[in-house]
Structures are given as C-alpha cells and as structure tokens.
Design a binder for this molecule. Structure first.
Ligand code: MN
Ligand code: MN
Length: 455
C-alpha cells in the first residue's frame, strides 16, 4: 500500500480485512463518544479502560520497571497513561497529546432566570463556537454540583431516553426580517444562548416551581449553582452518516477522535524501547489554561514523579527527559469541503478519508502562535507512517490570512520536546455535531500505535 497517495482514498487502499477493522474500530469509538460526553466523563472512561488493561495509579506504585503501566488523574478532568519502556526515561518519551474538552455552553454561577413566566438558564459559551448553530436542537445538561454541605451531585439531564431535554429558541422565519439582515455573527448573540427550563406555573411566578423541581430531583438549591460545573451539550448521540456509512456524525469529535485513537493505541501497542505516554488534556479549547490545562505543571509533575520512582530526583533528569522526548500533538484539522472552497487553499488542505493529517504549523497571520515543527522530526514521523503502512496526508488550516487556530503543540515544544501536529481532518469543526470519516479515525489509531512502537 502507498501510505501517501492523494489520488486514492484510504478506503480504496485498504484490504478487505482492513475494512472490517475500520468498522470494528469505529464501533468502539462510537461507544466512547456516547460515554465520554464531557472531559470529566472522558477521564472516568479512560481510567476505567486503563485499569481493566492493568494500569495502576502512580500513587499506588513504589518503583517502576519496564512494562509497568501507570496512570495519573488530574482532578478528574485530565489524565495521563504511561507504559514504561526498556530505555531509561531520560532517553526520552513517545508522547501522544490530545485533549478531551469540547466546545459547549457552560452554565453561569447564577443561571436560573425568569422572564414572562418562562424560566431560562444563563450560559457562557466555552471555546470558539458559532452561536447561531446552537439553537433549535435537543440539548442535555451534564456535570457536577457541590452542595452547601460539600456533597457532590452528578447531573445528566437529557441523557436517558425518557429524560426531558433543553432547547434554545430561534425566531420563526415569518418574523425574522430584521434578524435575517444581521451578520451571521450577530444574529444570535452570546447572551441569547439561554436554554428553556420550564413554563408551567400555577403561581404568579414560574421560577419557584422550577427550583422546587431541582430540589426534588437532584437535592440542589439555587445557591449550589455557584459551585457547579454544568455543561450544555447536544443530546444527539453518535450516528453513522452517509448512505455508505463512511462517516460518523457526533458531538465532540474535536478532540475525542484523537483522544480515543491515543487511548486505543497505548492499550494495544507492543511494548516499546521508549516509554509510551498518552496525555488527555482539559482546557485546550480555551488556551490550555487552569491547573487541568497543559500550561500548568501537572504533566511535568507526572514526569518528575516517574523519574523519582526510578531514583532520579535531580532537575537535570527531567530536563533531559523532555529534551529527548517526541510528541505527536494529536488534534483535529480542517478537511476541505469544496462547497466552501473559497476558505481553503486546495493543494494544502487535508481531504476527508485520505488518512491521518500531519500539520507542520498552525497559527494565524504569518504562523503566529504556531509550533513550526522541525523538518528533521517531520521526516522521522513520515518514515514511521510509510514503514507501518499508515495512510497519511498533510494539511494546513485554510488559506493564508483566512483565520487560523492553535493546539497544545507550542506549549510542549516550549519544554524542549520535538513536536508536530498530527490528527484527524474533519468537517463542521466546533459545530454541535461534527463529521469525521471512519477511515481517518482508524488511521489515527494506526498512526499513534506506529509512533509508540517506533525507535
Ligand atoms: Mn477545537
Ligand atoms: Mn482540538
């Protein structure tokens, strides 16, 4: 098979057996999508699968030898898995870094408001989303609330088939003359993204009745929303798309398509000479901030703890480990849609179904904010994929000066690691429901597995 081939899709290049594997892989990926609906649920599912495969919390181990499997749980919102290799850690790690947060609407601290006897939830959107896309669809409310007494309440409203759902209204076309003349970015504004929570009331006000329901159903008071993390996400679970079942439509492909590929790869990779590490990070969509984002110290703390378990507590060991480490920044990129050809530069756009996408640089306005990967490292990655028969392509995020974006790549490059962006190309990125090709999702798995197993 030609691993790089922009004339023939990955599907066309795969054998009958490989096509069956594509289907089987994507069945388990869809289960992951439908379970790991938020970063917290993703961490829970990742650690569940890791423990089932023999991984132990780093807090429960007292030494590390080749073959040991450990994990780190960063406040239930980020996770790291590692399989110890034959080489010392200072020889460098093979790291696949993905993120498990996705664009959504977060509830504000005082979210319950009433207007004309309709009760709404106030939200503040999270990540770069197009606000007009989030109206007129069933929405779920998922997350945690901590009560006055400090008790944790899990909420998953809309997730069971008999649950009610939330809904954000839009104007009917009959009355939308003025709205339709507004710019797309202004027709629906941030403060209008207010899911409706109820309108039944026998009293003068509706809100007290809704607060009573919240108390009965979840045991929470209005003040408890102050210490909550509640996310409004599309209720729709993953579905096959296309008559040929070639694609998956789902919430949260960015970046669960790469996260799941990284998880499946580290669980299935043959033991390597280098230590294999899967990082599943929170907060990428808002700049990798906070102590669960990649800009914080937790990843470096984890490496320092691993080194300490092998008797190396000196700072130089950590620096050597980082300097010799290689990272695939596993994040999605944009696939070309000819309907919007104007936004892309065709020769340098990834195509849906042509394999894992290597993105040498991201950024905006002259590569600003990008990790511009070293040619030497891209060469090494290209050879790994060619040798392992992993369909791959290159891609750049749209045409020059059209926009841009970033990943965690530049942060990990700041530590001295070799880093290149390498992820699945997709359509409708950051829309409530996004599209990936099943072959590309599977190529993500093949790519990360080949990278883990490489010298
Ligand atoms: Mn994103
Ligand atoms: Mn992403």
């Amino acid at each position: 098979m030609k691993a790089y081939d922009m004339e023939n899709s990955a599907w066309a290049r795969f054998s009958e057996e490989e096509r069956i594997e594509v289907e089987e892989y994507n069945k388990t990926y869809k289960e992951f999508l439908d379970t790991a609906r938020t970063e917290r649920l993703a961490v829970k599912e990742i650690i569940r699968q890791a423990e089932a495969a023999g991984f132990r919390s780093i807090e429960d181990v007292t030494s590390l030898v080749p073959g040991d499997k450990i994990y780190w749980n960063q406040k239930g919102k980020s996770a790291i898995l590692a399989v110890i290799g034959e080489n010392p850690l200072t020889a460098g790690l093979k790291i696949v870094g993905s993120h498990i947060d996705s664009p959504r609407l977060d509830l504000k601290a005082a979210p319950v408001v009433e207007n004309k006897k309709i009760v709404y939830l106030k939200t503040h959107y999270y990540g770069g989303l197009r606000k007009y896309q989030w109206v007129c669809m069933p929405l779920s409310l998922i997350g945690v609330v901590y009560t006055t007494a400090g008790e944790k309440i899990d909420i998953a409203l809309g997730e069971s088939p008999n649950d009610p759902v939330l809904f954000i209204n839009d104007l009917l076309p009959h009355l939308a003359k003025d709205q339709s003349e507004k710019k797309l970015s202004e027709a629906i504004q941030g403060e209008m993204l207010m899911p409706m929570l109820g309108c039944n009331s026998t009293e003068e006000k509706t809100k007290p009745a809704i607060l009573t329901l919240l108390k009965e159903k979840y045991g929470i008071e209005e003040e408890d929303f102050a210490s909550a993390e509640l996310e409004v996400v599309p209720t729709q679970k993953s579905r096959d798309a296309g008559l040929d079942h070639s694609m998956i439509m789902s919430y949260g492909h960015d970046d669960r398509v790469c996260s799941y590929a990284s998880l499946a790869a580290i669980l299935n990779a043959a033991k390597g000479s280098h230590t294999q590490v899967s990082l599943f990070a929170d907060k990428e969509e808002i700049g990798s901030v906070g102590n669960t984002g990649v800009q914080s110290s937790f990843f470096l703390d984890f490496l320092a703890e691993m080194l300490a378990l092998q008797g190396h507590t000196e700072d130089l060991s950590l620096r050597r480990t980082l300097r010799h480490s290689e990272v695939l920044s596993a994040d999605v990129s944009a696939a070309l849609d000819p309907i919007f050809a104007d936004a892309y530069e065709e020769a340098n756009s990834a195509k849906l179904g042509y394999g894992i996408c290597i993105c040498k640089y991201t950024g905006a306005r002259g590569k600003s904010g990008s990790n511009d990967a070293n040619a030497e490292f891209v060469s090494k990655i290209r050879q790994i994929f060619n040798t392992a028969n992993v369909p791959w392509q290159t891609g750049e995020l749209g045409k020059v000066d059209q926009g841009g974006g970033g990943t965690i790549a530049y942060i990990m490059a700041d530590w001295g690691c070799e880093v290149v962006d390498c992820g699945v190309a997709m359509l409708s990125m950051h829309a409530p429901l996004e599209i990936v090709a099943k072959t590309d999702a599977y190529c993500g798995y093949l790519a990360y597995k080949a990278f883990f197993e490489s010298k």
